[in-house]
Design a protein around this ligand. Structure first.
Ligand code: PLP
Length: 396
């Protein structure tokens, strides 16, 4: 039977994270949910702000249902795009235009649409390790090459030498993700200035744009007043891929956007290519009810207090037990070096203590481990002795 073998292979490869999640469900059936310390998935554990629920209820009870649930224009309702633009202008001092926004079904859609819009035969897109593993799938789906820049193990910023060595005349774009999944690191202004200055030089040398694709679903998930530099202010050829999955705890509702910076070379053509890619990929439009909801709720953020508490508990305790952790300024992930050579073997061992941890090999960072701490604080507290026992069992 002739089918697309690449797609078949993709459908058959089970994600390590999903496998772990399934394993957790099986263990929960045997020993009880409360005895499994599942740190596998990045599913927000705090409720959306009450205003999100209230807005949806009000829309459902007061708006005329045919138009409420009808198709919107492909790029999204003008009122919603205006609200998105106003929000960025207010918070980051931009002067963006609603017509530069394209509303999507979340960050995954924002990325696949953007990559499809930009990709030409022979192109390369760079990702910075550690990176969200789906980037490789999204890039290769377009026929382009995924080039991995190895990690900066000292600070989990960007490995300057490796980054500069990887840029070449085939480089079409660079995906940056800050706050980062899986490291929790936030790229500093210094890092951003350095990267963008280098890319500007290379754009001039190669005489074509190198696009920065800023994947920022965790933009608002930062602690202790940490600032996340907004990339359009540093680099003209920037496309922002945003999602409300994490900031408003709405991952299953599928809503986000693409913002094509007005400063970008050939802005109108690139925006048209984004719209064309959304069409070619069959998105039609983002969910209508959610578009109308975010028009009212953009700028709000779920309560971050639980994540901050969990971060502090885990970082402090694990560091005390001897784990070497990256200090997470944002997102809801804690990243640490496995106290064994193989992070896979370590995560297998962790299962003996009912700890479900993700080896970071698929994030381009072998030897490291990711914890998703978007879980209940009660579970975090109860799991700490297991982390200690695990470290003891590793003989450290
Ligand atoms: N990018 C990163 C870095 C992520 O961590 C995720 C989800 O976890 C996504 C994109 C996809 O997010 P969405 O649910 O909005 O598609």
């Amino acid at each position: 039977m002739a089918i697309n073998r690449d797609m078949e292979a993709l459908g058959k490869v089970r994600s390590a994270i999903r496998d772990l999640f399934e394993y957790g469900n099986q263990r929960a059936a045997v020993i009880g949910r409360e005895n499994v310390f599942d740190y596998s998935l990045g599913n927000p554990s705090v409720a959306p702000p009450q205003q999100v629920t209230d807005t949806m209820l009000e829309l459902l009870s007061t708006r005329e249902p045919v138009s409420l649930h009808g198709y919107t224009s492909a790029q999204g309702d003008k009122a919603a795009r205006t609200a998105l633009s106003d929000d960025l202008n207010r918070r980051f001092g931009l002067s963006s235009d609603p017509d530069s926004f394209y509303i999507t079904c979340g960050a995954a859609a924002s990325l696949t649409i953007t990559l499809k819009a930009l990709s030409c035969p022979g192109d390369e897109f760079m990702v910075i390790a550690p990176f969200f593993p789906e980037y490789r799938v999204f890039i290769e789906m377009t026929g382009s090459r995924c080039v991995v820049v190895p990690p900066d193990f000292d600070h989990f910023q960007i490995n300057r030498e490796a980054f500069q060595a990887a840029v070449n005349e085939h480089t079409k774009g660079v995906i940056l993700n800050s706050p980062n999944n899986p490291s929790g690191a936030v790229f500093s202004e210094e890092t951003i200035r350095e990267v963008t200055a280098f890319l500007k030089e290379k754009e001039a040398e190669y005489r074509h744009p190198i696009f920065l694709i800023s994947d920022e679903p965790y933009r608002e998930l930062v602690y202790d007043g940490k600032q996340v530099p907004f990339l359009t202010k540093y680099y003209e050829d920037t496309i922002v891929c945003y999602s409300f999955s994490k900031s408003l705890s709405l991952p299953g509702e599928r809503i986000g956007y693409i913002y094509v910076s007005e400063a970008l070379a050939d802005h109108d053509d690139v925006y048209a290519a984004v719209a064309g890619a959304g069409r070619a990929l069959g998105y039609v439009c983002a969910p209508s009810l959610l578009q109308k909801t975010i028009a009212e709720c953009v700028g709000l953020t779920s309560d971050l207090e639980t994540y901050r508490t969990n971060r502090d508990l885990l970082y402090n305790a694990l560091t005390e037990y001897g784990y070497s952790c990256v200090y997470p300024d944002g997102a809801f992930y804690l990243f640490f070096k496995a106290p064994m050579e193989s992070s896979q073997a370590f995560c297998e061992k962790a299962k003996e203590f009912e700890l479900l941890l993700v080896p970071a090999d698929s994030f381009g960072c072998p030897g490291y481990v990711r914890i998703s701490y978007c879980v209940s604080t009660d579970m975090v507290r109860r799991s700490l002795p297991a982390f200690k026992a695990l470290m003891d069992a590793c003989g450290k």
